[in-house]
Design a protein. Structure first.
Length: 624
């Protein structure tokens, strides 16, 4: 027998059943917060053999689990005790829901007799995440009249098709009455009679409904496929016209490879987002954000296909970072605009899409490649010749991008004060596929979107960001989780206010065996508000930026983490040189003047717009 027949109690047995079945579904990481009510779960998580991560703060633990999911590409379990311990997971639950991450929460609960009577640490937990957790289970107190088959089937129901980008938040609420701890010297009880109905499961390593899932006996368990409404002739017709591709967030390597195969066969211009893992890929538009600077789409207006509604748009993957690219998508009269990702609703804020294809990315790309092969066969020539816009637009954009990137590199080559852009300028060329790059929200991700592609990696690191709800909480915790998820040295670039929201996650750095280097962009508060049209400087200071004088060196010291602080570009380069030679947990604080940062980013946009106007003018001296 693989599954043990002897247990201390029904609490012990049910906890083991649930965790064992999750393990058989491929869950390998379990994040546990301290608490008494969850003791049966904690003890059995150890026995099942999960990789266990612990933290004293549930909010940090939830975001750490998100980071694990994003780089391990596997579901992760978080275990908490009862009460507000569960509620502290809410921010991570929201982020997981928004991005389709398979986050599994098991909350220990008090028995019904302790609900609604003033008992300590008892709140209504069942359904606490209702809107964000479409798959949930509420187990009452362990009861011998409830069959083990019922428990296992419930777990299987919520666990099918759980993978990053196409996953669900799952909340399993489990009530436990006392005793919670095995008594010293107590013999285990024989539960073989109770387990006899699932002997086949106990004797194997398979899931309880393994046969039905693998052989398609239950339609609810099927992986979502390309909708039957998208027929082969529609794909042929779609790809036979001129078009653009926009690639948003891609979370799994299988998605990235599938998209690469498709765009290599398609002659359309390809716009890549920061989270696509494709920034800097040859023949893609990595700097489209700057090519569209200040309504810079004047470069596109002379192409009648775009203005006359003869052009198609294919958007693959998750959310986009760039507002300018989003505005470009919303402003064109596309003939057909297809949104493809495996979520529950179309990621199209402009509501101008013509079709939402709720498909796994590799499945859609395979069908699209088949359609391109049909076109190639039909014309007896290179499929690329049948699928584009006039290739001149694609080449025009790629040439313009290369020239613009050269202009920006020349301008940024002049020594300047430290800014977010300058940090990425010196960091990006040092990164490769051996690293993770976790980028925080607010100014950090926007600066990266502008400059990535202007400066390229030798080979692409794994890029991670929390862009579902785009909050600034839990970012360091998520970066630490991503480091442990794939074992890569991780650079986490985030702002000072973001770190203040997640300061106790510095505790992770003293516990993890994979180095995390925090590049702290300290602009003295909410620097992004310098970029917004707030009418009064006092108002901006007192209600938006909220300047502070926090000593981050002292904070790092409190958690026994190395802290360095730099105020010049040369000092930053020297510190990075040391970090890359010998990576270790470090907080590298970069002091940034918010006014200089604002001016540089504003000038970057203005120079890009000036360049684009020059590309559409006969004045060859416009850039001199």
């Amino acid at each position: 027998m693989h599954f043990p027949q002897y247990h201390h109690s029904h609490n012990d047995l049910w906890a083991r059943l649930v965790l064992e079945e999750l393990y058989r579904f491929g869950v390998r990481a379990c994040c546990i917060a301290p608490g008494s009510r969850n003791t049966p779960l904690t003890l059995n998580a150890i026995k099942v053999g999960f990789d266990i991560y612990r933290h004293f703060d549930e909010r940090s633990l939830g975001f750490f689990a998100l980071g694990l999911i994003k780089t391990s590409e596997c579901p992760v379990v978080v275990i908490t005790t009862s009460g507000t311990a569960v509620a502290n997971l809410y921010p991570a639950v929201v982020e997981a829901y928004q991005t389709g991450m398979p986050l599994i929460i098991i909350s220990a609960d008090r028995p019904p007799r302790l609900h609604n009577c003033g008992a300590n640490q008892s709140i209504p937990q069942s359904g606490i995440f209702t809107h964000f957790s479409p798959r949930s289970i509420n187990f009452g107190c362990p009861d011998p009249s409830v069959s083990p088959e019922s428990i296992l089937t419930d777990i299987d129901r919520v666990m099918v098709d759980q993978k990053p980008g196409n996953g669900h938040v799952t909340h399993i609420n489990m009530m436990f009455d006392e005793p919670l701890y095995p008594e010293s010297g107590q013999d285990k009880r024989d539960f073989s009679g109770y387990l006899s109905a699932v002997n086949h499961w106990c004797a194997s390593d398979n899931r309880a409904t393994f046969d039905r899932i693998e052989h398609g006996g239950a339609t609810d368990y099927h992986t979502r496929a390309v909708s039957d409404s998208v027929a082969h002739h529609q794909l042929d017709s779609f790809f036979a016209r001129p078009g653009f591709v926009v690639v948003g967030a891609l979370h799994c390597d299988a998605d990235v490879q599938a998209v690469k195969r498709l765009i290599e066969e398609l002659a359309w211009p390809v716009i890549v987002d920061s989270q696509s893992q494709l920034k800097g890929m040859p023949d893609t538009l990595s700097s489209m954000d700057l090519l569209l600077a200040e309504n810079g789409d004047t470069l596109l207006r002379r192409y009648t296909e775009l203005s006359a509604g003869e052009c198609n748009l294919l958007q693959l993957g998750g959310r986009l970072v760039s507002k300018r690219i989003q505005a470009f998508i919303e402003s064109r009269p596309w003939r057909e605009f297809w949104v493809v990702h495996p979520g529950e609703y179309p990621l199209a804020p402009g509501h101008n899409f013509s079709a939402f294809i709720a498909s796994a990315i590799p499945q859609f790309c395979d069908k699209a490649l088949a359609a391109l092969a049909n076109l190639k066969s039909a014309v007896g020539s290179d499929a690329r010749r049948t699928t584009g816009l006039s290739p001149s637009l694609r080449m025009t954009l790629l040439r313009a991008q290369a020239e613009l990137q050269g202009e920006i590199r020349a301008w940024l080559g002049i020594p300047d004060t430290l800014t977010e852009v300058e940090v990425f300028k010196v960091l990006i060329p040092r990164l490769n596929s051996a690293f993770n790059l976790f980028i925080g929200n607010s100014l950090a991700i926007r600066a990266f979107e502008m400059i990535a592609g202007v400066y390229n990696y030798p080979s692409s690191p794994k890029l991670i960001a929390n862009r579902g709800a785009s909050g600034i909480d839990g970012l360091l915790a998520a970066a630490c989780g991503s480091a442990m998820g794939n074992g890569r040295v991780t650079f986490c670039v985030l702002g000072d206010t973001s770190l203040l929201h997640d300061l106790n996650s510095l505790h992770w750095l003293s516990k993890l065996n994979v180095p995390v280097i925090v590049i702290l962009l300290n602009n003295g508060g909410g620097g992004i508000f310098h970029h917004l049209p707030i009418p009064d400087t006092d108002l901006r200071r007192d209600f938006y930026t909220l300047p502070h004088s926090v000593n981050f060196g002292a904070a790092a010291q409190a958690f026994a983490v190395t802290h360095k602080c730099v105020e010049t570009l040369s000092a930053l380069e020297n510190e990075l040189e040391d970090v890359f030679k010998s990576p270790k947990h470090t907080v590298l604080e970069v002091r940034i003047d918010p006014d200089s940062s604002y001016q540089q980013m504003r000038t970057l946009v203005e120079r890009s717009a000036y360049f684009i106007r020059g590309k559409t003018s006969s004045d060859k001296d416009v850039l001199k």
